[in-house]
Design a protein around this ligand. Structure first.
Ligand code: ADP
Ligand code: MG
Length: 609
């Protein structure tokens, strides 16, 4: 050791012989560098400020942001407040009131303790902080820019603290340019906000973005908080979990299996009220759902673990969403058992139909001025528009008209590389029949084609919708809007694609926890709407899309297309085949799946040998 450093020292000697070159970095530079770890984006500021307010024992916390936090993030609380000196000290690096000795780190009960957040934030923004303790006459206002104190004045204010962070990264253009779209930054902020709000149901939270209200969360119990955040539709899905053991206690809720989604989203796991990501424990929960969920579905959960702070190490990651447990396996086992037990008690059995969207209540609203009837569920998933017995002449005619309009449309918009040219199409007298209520068997250019009816119709609709959205999409206004119960997170996601939706013929309105669909593209039926919106949200969750148009066309086509298992009249089967064969590229569905199988005569001859 000593030898090594001597050698290093000797090796370095020649390079610094010109004179000493090492300097201590000035504080504001050091803070700016340190800020890189703590403040990655507006959401990090939101997290730190809200956590400080919680640590200050606030009863009510309000968050106001502008431009997804780029120009303003303001967090106000009615907590303990700070003295004049403390307010100044709070912005020094490693200044904290939360630990005094190294031992304190191992029994930490507060969110913060590193004493870095405020110093880091102030290094990369313009901060305006006002704070007052109960025992003080007046509040103190402190203005800091790029880590330098600009002003400190007394001022009238209520007890508590309000910190405004303006123009984040104004002095670090590289970081500012690194920020993503407002939509994405806002999503990150919402995530951080909810992670704190869900863990502190006894604190009231308000959240405003650009003067519009995103969340107003009243005090209540955990269940009420979850319902306030995710909407009334989640209530019947919540299964309580409660288990106490010597090493750990588990409480909270898991979603019933049928509310599971493919996209991750509503998975909240807290250790000592701190949001934590831990794949191993996530697996414990998913394991408890064994045989209850199809592949790739993730259950929703809101689970709180209480564990002796000395048995965990939250210090391994600077942003502290990872955690190390002393006895990880035991916790895994307890968690899995607790969830299994809860599901067992509530008689959750694996007889579920995942084609349904039970979380999307479909309730038609009462006509204006009319009498209000109890809401009815109007979704008839078994409804088959092509069912022969139920088909009146009118319905068949309507369907044929629908197909006719497709063919006219396609002929007008003839693709250059269509397999058939226009003349061909006119004389296209093909035979086609439906097989197994799933396939259309037909022939083309001397080959036998077995067409997947669902994928074929999907592709036909997709091409049509894509075109109509760029022209004038036809829209049908509904007498009674379709109402979908939703929540603020989903609504703000959907607002991002509102103009795209409009282009397709949707007219959508939002209340605080509902989506009202007033008009639809002509291709869409009201009963398709809940499924369609559920798919939009899953998709928005999976990809941060700038342009959503193609996605919308895909989702509409998927939801509206003739399903597997639906019977078709011979005329309809033929129309569908004709439609498909006039498409420029009939081979693959919008989701990239093959649409048909081709069998040549030579293959048949070979088999007959
Ligand atoms: P940490 O939270 O890790 O201690 P911070 O930089 O976030 O570090 O805050 C520094 C100190 O400032 C805290 O320890 C606390 O004493 C004080 N402080 C910060 N925010 C508030 C607030 N909203 N109300 C009261 N005191 C606060
Ligand atoms: Mg803090």
């Amino acid at each position: 050791m000593i030898l090594n450093s001597t050698i290093n020292f000797l090796l370095l000697q020649p390079m610094i012989s010109m004179g000493d070159v090492i300097q201590l970095l000035p504080d504001h530079v050091a803070n700016q560098i340190a800020a890189g770890e703590v403040v990655q984006r507006p959401a990090s500021v939101v997290k730190e400020l809200i956590e400080n307010a919680v640590d200050a024992k606030a009863n009510s916390i309000s968050l106001i942001i502008k431009d997804a936090g780029r120009t303003l993030i303001q967090v106000s609380d009615d907590g303990a407040g700070m003295s004049v000196t403390d307010l100044r000290m709070a912005f020094e690096r490693h200044a904290t009131s939360k630990i005094r000795t190294t031992e304190d780190i191992f029994s930490i009960q507060t969110k913060g303790f590193r004493g870095e957040a405020l110093a880091s934030i102030a290094a990369v923004a313009q901060v305006d902080a006002v704070s007052k303790r109960d025992q003080d006459e007046v509040a103190t206002r402190l203005i800091i820019e790029g880590g330098e104190v600009r002003d400190q004045v007394p001022r009238a204010a209520r007890t508590g603290t309000s910190i405004s962070v303006k123009n984040l990264f104004y002095n670090v253009p590289a970081r500012r340019n690194f920020l993503k779209s407002n939509q994405i930054e806002l999503k990150h902020i919402q995530d951080e906000f909810l992670r704190v709000a869900l863990a502190h149901e006894a604190i009231e939270f308000n959240f405003y973005h650009n003067d519009s209200e995103l969340y107003v969360l009243k005090k209540g119990n955990l269940k009420q908080r979850i319902i306030q955040v995710f909407g009334r539709k989640i209530e019947p899905q919540l299964v309580p979990v409660a288990e106490e053991t010597e090493i750990v206690s588990v409480k909270g809720f898991v979603g019933k299996p049928e509310s599971a989604k493919k996209a991750r989203g509503e998975q909240y796991f807290f250790v000592n009220n701190r949001f934590i990501k831990n794949n191993y424990l996530h697996k414990a929960i998913v394991d408890a759902f064994e045989h209850l969920l199809p592949n790739q579905y993730v259950p929703s959960y809101f689970l709180f673990l209480e564990i002796d702070p000395s048995k965990i190490d939250i210090n391994i990651h600077p942003t502290k969403t990872e955690i190390k447990f002393e006895d990880e396996y035991a916790i895994y086992a307890v968690l899995r058992a607790a969830v299994k037990h809860a599901l067992g008690q509530y008689n959750i059995t694996p007889s579920l139909d995942f084609d349904q969207n039970p979380d999307w209540a479909f309730i038609p609203s009462a006509p204006k001025g009319g009498t209000i009837k109890a809401p009815e569920i109007h979704v008839d998933r078994n409804y088959n528009p092509f069912e022969t017995s139920a088909n009146s002449y009118k319905e068949i005619q309507a369907t044929n008209d629908l197909y006719k309009s497709f063919s006219e449309f396609e002929l007008e918009n003839n693709h250059p590389e269509t397999i058939l040219d226009k003349a061909d199409f006119d004389s296209l007298e093909i035979n086609a029949f439906q097989w197994q209520n799933k396939y259309i068997v037909t022939h083309h250019k001397g080959e036998l084609l077995i067409i997947d009816q669902h994928r074929a119709h999907q592709l036909i609709l997709f091409e049509k919708l894509k075109k109509s959205s760029t022209e004038n999409a036809l829209s049908q206004r509904l007498l009674f809007p379709v109402e979908i119960i939703s929540n603020a997170t989903e609504i703000s996601q959907l607002k991002n694609i509102e103009t795209d939706l409009f282009r397709f013929g949707f007219d959508v309105e939002f209340t605080i926890d509902q989506i009202l669909v007033n008009a639809l593209p002509t291709e869409v039926e009201p009963e398709n709407v809940p499924g369609i919106f559920s798919d939009f949200l899953t998709d928005l969750e999976l990809h941060d899309k700038i342009s959503f148009e193609v996605e919308i066309a895909k989702i509409l086509a998927k939801n509206v297309a003739i399903k597997k298992g639906e019977g078709l009249l011979p005329e309809q089967a033929k129309h569908l085949a004709q439609q498909l064969l006039t498409l420029g590229e009939p081979n693959f569905s919008p989701y990239g799946k093959p649409v048909f199988v081709q069998i040549s005569e030579s293959e048949i001859i070979k088999k007959l040998n």
